[in-house]
Design a binder for this molecule. Structure first.
Ligand code: PSV
Ligand code: MN
Length: 394
């Protein structure tokens, strides 16, 4: 492929590439063993919007912010006016709405799969509120993770819980506006360690089908068993027209929430290759980041993630798909593999920098962030408030 064709492909790919930021990625979060608190962490919705706005200003590729209902919109519909004004102030729109079915004490034995009908009703009401929030905020994706499950064999009826889950999802789906979607996320374990009610893509697929035509599956890259072939799952979901979106992060062991591409960039490339094989998917599949950085600076890590995603997407766009199809057809294994891998090994960074210049962005967003002094400034401004939180935490 000529250099000019490569550059054109990369520009075209980056023009379409957008990735959503998670509000919770800017706040102090940690592991179940504790948190290392950062003076620059966001502790209000406005601070989360401000930080995400900075990431978008630097990258030009992250124009929306995912909101978690209990963490960001604790007053429910009463928070809508504030979100609307923050959207304007920071040049970002509200992204996916994430119901929270895991924090209330009532959910100890489950939320929409709890044996107690009153608790199931409370959880279903929360889903309905989340759908309504999406309508008021013009956000089309309800991004649903259900933490329900059990820790010991024999302690819960897996079959009854399938029925309860189906009932709740069907009820929430019936409330969706025509432009809204329900994205169903799966996770094999954690917080439940014996069985999880939506443990894999097969269960999520069947539940999406049962819920209704606007339901899709959400693939969180950290939510798989070791060695699982995630791009094959992606290919299947595309084939079924059931792929709704991604929560991107990297992992070495389980749901580690590490920076995208830090452990296995080739896997991200392979996932993007499947997406780029399906032209309709590029506009219909939601790319979202789901990472909480405990050690790295949060804003720096988000900029790094967006840039890494752009680079890996650009590399996947360099696969000569027509030639690859011929080589696959003739079972030319080494040639096919080399063609595929050589796109992965391309250094696309000079063209990505050129794309940034063409869009009046700084060609090195991480350096631009450092030079802006933004993190130092917010660390000073928020330091005292965060130190008080640290004192009460210690
Ligand atoms: C759960 O591990 C998860 O991936 C879900 O998407 C949550 O909404 C998110 O992390 C934040 O806890
Ligand atoms: Mn997730």
């Amino acid at each position: 492929m000529r250099e000019q064709e490569k550059a054109d492909r990369i520009h075209k790919a980056l023009d379409t590439f957008r990735i959503e930021l998670p509000s919770w990625g800017f706040a102090n979060t940690g592991t179940r063993f504790g948190k290392y608190l950062q003076p620059a962490a966001a502790s209000s919705l406005e601070e989360k919007f401000a930080d995400a706005g900075m990431v978008h200003q630097l990258t030009g590729a992250s124009p929306s912010l995912a909101l978690h209902v209990e963490w960001d919109l604790p007053r429910g519909l009463g928070d809508v006016p504030e979100v609307r004004s923050l959207e304007k102030k920071y040049g970002l729109r509200a992204g996916s709405i994430n119901p929270n079915l895991f924090q209330s004490q009532d959910y100890k034995f489950g939320s929409i799969c709890n044996p107690d009908p009153a608790i199931r009703a409370k959880a279903t009401d929360h889903l309905l509120l989340s759908v309504e929030l999406g309508k008021r905020l013009g956000s089309c994706d309800l991004s649903l993770w259900v933490a329900d499950g059990s820790n010991y064999p024999g302690t819960q009826s897996i079959r009854k819980r399938i029925e309860w889950m189906t009932e709740a999802l069907t009820t929430a789906h019936a409330a969706l506006a025509p432009n809204q979607r329900m994205l169903i996320e799966y996770k094999p374990f954690e917080p439940a360690f014996y069985h999880t009610d939506i443990a894999d893509w097969g269960m999520a697929t069947e539940l999406a089908r049962a819920a209704g035509p606007q339901a899709r599956v959400l693939v969180d890259t950290g939510h798989h068993y070791q060695g699982q072939n995630i791009e094959q799952i992606v290919a299947w979901l595309l084939h079924l027209n059931l792929l709704g979106g991604f929560h991107f992060n990297d992992r070495r062991y389980a749901d580690d929430d590490l920076t995208l591409g830090s452990i296995d960039p080739y896997q991200v490339f392979r996932i993007f290759h499947e997406i780029l094989n399906d032209p309709a998917a590029i506009s219909s599949v939601a790319f979202m980041i789901d990472q909480s950085h405990n050690l790295k600076g949060k804003i720096e890590a988000m900029v790094q993630t967006v840039c890494t995603a752009q680079e890996l997407f650009a590399r996947a766009a360099l696969v000569d798909r027509e030639r690859l199809a011929e080589l696959q057809q003739s079972c030319s294994l080494v040639e096919a593999e080399e063609l595929f891998r050589s796109a992965f090994w391309e250094d696309v960074r000079p063209v990505v920098r050129e794309w940034r210049r063409a869009h009046k962005l700084n060609e090195d967003p991480l350096q631009a962030l450092a030079e802006s002094g933004y993190v130092d400034r917010i660390a000073r401004e928020r330091g005292e408030k965060n130190a008080c939180a640290a004192a009460s935490y210690a």
